[in-house]
Design a protein around this ligand. Sequence first.
Ligand code: PLP
Length: 409
Amino acid sequence: MATINENFLKLFNNYLFSEIARKVKAFKENHPDRNVISLGIGDVTQPLPKASVDAMARAVKDMENITTFRGYGPEHGYDFLINAIIKNDYLPHGIELSPSEVFISDGAKSDCGNIGDILSINNSVGVTDPVYPVYVDSNVISGRAGNRTNAGWSNVIYMPCNAENHFKPRIPQRHIDIIYLCFPNNPMGVVLNKEELREWVDYALENDSIILYDAAYEAYIQEEDIPHSIYEIAGAKECAIEFRSFSKTAGFTGVRCGYTIVPESLTASAPDGRRVSLNQLWNRRQCTKFNGTSYITQRGAEAIYTEQGKEQVRNTINYYMTNAMLMRNGFEELGVHVYGGENAPYLWIKTPDGISSWNFFDQMLHEANVVVTPGIGFGPSGEGYVRLTAFGHREDCEEAMKRIKQWMN
Ligand code: PLP
């Protein structure tokens, strides 16, 4: 008798986004005349950089010709993209990487979800609360999260982020083996400065922990002192894996490309106490289960590092960050507490008068016809907050803010 991985039965249904979709659908059916604007959207709206589109078109032509056709590529990516990443994303920050430390993939979600394959299911796991749900759910699937209790998963340590700690997790007072950090943060839009990130690296080194650092929104950082990579901190190559994505940087949500850095010097313990290279394990894992990102996609990603590509990416990020500023200013004028949106495309809004996340969502949908994401959906500490994203069209952001102002006034 074949049996299932029963851990799947432990997973919560994706209540948050299905519930939002259900409520919005019902509202639209009952009010077909209303134009509903979504500021909850987590997908980009601006098209790909032209440099990438042109490069992908050329790559398609390569596939037509017997001399330039490509079949299976290297599992961990083509050198042309790996070298462009090292040269443009790391060297300017003083970080030297060897090509064998860069693994190209089909996106950060796959890598964040799959990285647990190379780590024992007996490790304890630390996550922020609120959190990007993939970190927790992938640990539930593998059996590492333990059992569901009223306080969350038994083997997951939740690090609450609230106004008191400026939405930044405190350094744990106890030992945690694997820690997921995401900065700039989704959903809260906050960042860590170098000193703050250094404390995490020091903690990980002292505790022999691994930090899984999700830097999917690194391109949105505007301020000088904010690290773009965890490897800007001395010692991080001995304790951290970093995930990056072209999705929000260059509109690749539908094209699919990202990469993961696993330093050669990063090791963890085997049951017999030997230290084992995580780079070698991840390489083995990828070679076994992944056959590489398409040549066409990697040519498209490479093109964002050309002068033309860089300028186009900058323009798109400026566009979204102008949306973020516009929304921030709007909420500030209303006297609402607003966090994030300065180095990230996410704004974290305190609901007024202690209204619950879902009540605020419902009121805003019904009275202003604007959709946001209830913060409670990202974890218990998200109660009393909603998340807004800056990925919408400018005219939608402007219209939504106009409506919200009228409604809240
Ligand atoms: N990490 C975070 C924090 C995200 O918010 C997202 C997407 O929303 C991802 C990773 C996934 O990125 P990708 O599209 O590269 O899979």
